[in-house]
Design a protein around this ligand. Sequence first.
Ligand SMILES: CC(=O)N[C@@H]1[C@@H](OP(=O)(O)OP(=O)(O)OC[C@H]2O[C@@H](n3ccc(=O)[nH]c3=O)[C@H](O)[C@@H]2O)O[C@H](CO)[C@@H](O)[C@@H]1O
Length: 402
Amino acid sequence: MTTMERPIVISVGTRPEIIKMAPVHGELRRRGLPVAWVHTGQHREMAQPLYEFFGIEPEHEVILKRSNGSLAHLNALLLERLGEIFDAVQPSAVLVHGDTTSTLASAQAAFYQGVPIGHVEAGLRTFNHREPFPEEMNRELTARLAHWHFAPTSKAAANLRHEGVPDQGVHTVGNTAVDAALAGTARVEALLGQGRSVLPAELDALRTGLRYAGWKLITVTAHRRENWGEGIGNIARSVADLLRAHPDLAVVWPVHGNPAVSDAVYAELGPLVHELEGRLTLCPPLDYPALLWCLRNSTLALTDSGGIQEEGAALSCPVLVLRNTTERPELIDAGAGLIVGTDRAHIVATVDGLLRQPAALQRMREAVNPFGDGTTARRIADVLQQDLGHSPAAEPRSVEHA
Ligand SMILES: CC(=O)N[C@@H]1[C@@H](OP(=O)(O)OP(=O)(O)OC[C@H]2O[C@@H](n3ccc(=O)[nH]c3=O)[C@H](O)[C@@H]2O)O[C@H](CO)[C@@H](O)[C@@H]1O
């Protein structure tokens, strides 16, 4: 096989990775480049609706027989199996995303085969190896292994350069989360316009309330380990306070399946659902199109998620970050979000303040999205096409961010 015939392999497994690599997959396919998808996640059935939404059929799947839950065991199994797959597939390049154990194992397996690695969403740092663990170290180690570093912002690019990554390997391209969110929202709105059902029944009351009663919507999500226990309880209590104080407020909270999260949320808020007559929706995690619809129609998002910070900025939905830190400081610098942590009184005061000052809220909605303009996948494909010997469809461009 010539380099041009060997596929560019995308190796990912979790929900955010699939969402963020789907635009790259779509763009490589649109250009007629050979591309293969390796699913490394544990629960393929959970990923299936996403694959259907994006029209992706993974060519390969890593099925792991784990005998214990340790990271070392997971890494070893992934490394061995991915080595076998890459050996059979002979990729011209392997693309990995972000910071998971499978990101690092995919990069290692590609490195052992002498295959160049492209790291998408490179350069995010908290500068604390324990927070998030092991993700922060996975980010650094993947940077050591990668050939192409696709940094979402100039800040992320600067982080890489400070670590000695050669300048010519760093491409500031924006974040593919924006590509996915903009294209996905357009599709959701088109489908709704045709009267097709995109939203689950759980959101019906909410839709009616937004349309006819003038409710303002807040989307809430929380899943991070650091917020388990007290943090989640505080967030839930602040949501109850806000709903009681603002009769025109509605909240949708897709509750993460982990009992460390769901038990606390339902204990605090479950009894309120009936009392609030449709203004509080607690539901299982939403399919991606429904989540996009929620953000698009929300006045605010309260979240500890990374992806939702980027999607909020893309969809003009101001984001309050339920953490004490973020590896996406650009959101705050751009004025599109605020760090609020998990203190009940502080969350309530911040949301109250914003609801009472529409001009401040409007400024946040109008902030320039620091994560790009939805053309990140094109920029990534330009670089790969040029470096792998195809004539580029367009000149690679770089995005400069504040
Ligand atoms: C420890 C840590 O920091 N880990 C991070 C975490 O990333 P995250 O915080 O972005 O993850 P989530 O919030 O789970 O996912 C977000 C995506 O899911 C969509 N979504 C959400 C709720 C829902 O009901 N339905 C949906 O469709 C949503 O639109 C968005 O695109 O895991 C990644 C690898 O797993 C890591 O790389 C990343 O560092």
